[in-house]
Design a protein around this ligand. Structure first.
Ligand SMILES: [Cu+2]
Length: 281
């Protein structure tokens, strides 16, 4: 037993090192890296708390799995035809049945507490600092920022082709033409819908995944605590280019966000609307 435990421990240690390295490597990137096993670094409280619940569940699941495997192994060995040629004929054991009903109920009740608390935290949108409307098209995301005086900034994020992404040193298949721009530390309310089929707006670093459904307005929110560029992908199979409608979010300081809004508004006033309408891919 002892000799086989050592390689297993080494494999686990190597896996953890790999995961830690991958997590550290992607901190600055806002997207997953090859061979990454853990989550992308959390940059919102929702993501942080989601990871917390996941960590607790992982421990509980691991203990249960090991317990069941051990029981199974013991049963296979102890009650095999060879070791137990004369099987006993009873079919019920009240004590065992009570235990295997009550214990799972207690475990589920313990899991339900933090899980439901997190669900409420995710679902209750705090007072929003900015609101953005997102529309999923086949196959790109259109964003609208409603602003004062009936003005709005409207543009469509289209995935960069490989050469375009490489020219800008951005990750291909994740980088888009015009990214979403949001201020750091502010509550962003995102209202989502879709034009033809269901899509899902997902950014793992924010812990956000919300369906965009035609004829329906779904709301979600995020408050990014870290400046940087974060990526996600459509997460609801939506057609042939489902893999090619990524999400790119630039989280910038408030001044930079204000300047970005002013720049786009100035362009609107000059009649030179920066709107980039969806080009059919
Ligand atoms: Cu999709």
């Amino acid at each position: 037993m002892r000799s086989s435990a050592k390689p297993a421990a080494m494999i686990i240690a190597a896996g953890l090192t790999l995961a830690a390295g991958a997590a550290a490597a992607q901190d600055a990137l806002g997207h997953a890296v090859n061979w990454q096993t853990g989550f992308q670094a959390a940059t919102t409280e929702v993501a942080d708390r989601t990871h917390g619940v996941h960590s607790v569940l992982l421990v509980i699941i691991t203990i249960i799995t090991l317990f069941v495997v051990a029981l199974l192994g013991y049963t296979c060995f102890r009650f095999s035809a060879k070791n137990n040629p004369e099987p006993r004929r009873f079919t019920h054991n009240t004590l065992v049945e009570v235990v295997w009903t009550i214990v799972p109920v207690i475990i589920l009740a313990v899991i339900a507490g933090p899980s439901i608390r997190l669900l409420y935290f995710q679902e209750e949108i705090p007072p929003a600092d900015i609101t953005i409307k997102g529309v999923g098209h086949q196959w790109n995301w259109e964003y609208t920022y409603p602003l004062a005086d009936d003005q709005e900034i409207n543009f469509t994020s289209i995935m960069l082709e490989k050469d375009e992404a490489e020219a800008e040193d951005l990750p291909w298949l994740l980088a888009t033409s015009d990214p979403l721009v949001v201020p750091v530390g502010k509550v962003v309310r995102l209202q989502l819908t879709a034009s033809t089929v269901i899509h899902a707006w997902t950014v793992p670093s924010f812990g956000v995944k919300m369906d965009a459904v035609p004829g329906r307005l779904n709301e979600t929110w995020f408050r990014p605590d870290v400046v940087g560029t974060f990526y996600g992908q459509c997460s609801e199979l939506c057609g042939k280019d489902h893999s090619f409608m990524p999400i790119m979010v630039k989280v910038v300081p408030q001044e930079e966000y204000d300047a970005w809004v002013a720049e786009n508004l100035a362009a609107l006033d000059g009649g030179d609307q920066p709107t980039r309408l969806a080009e059919a891919r």
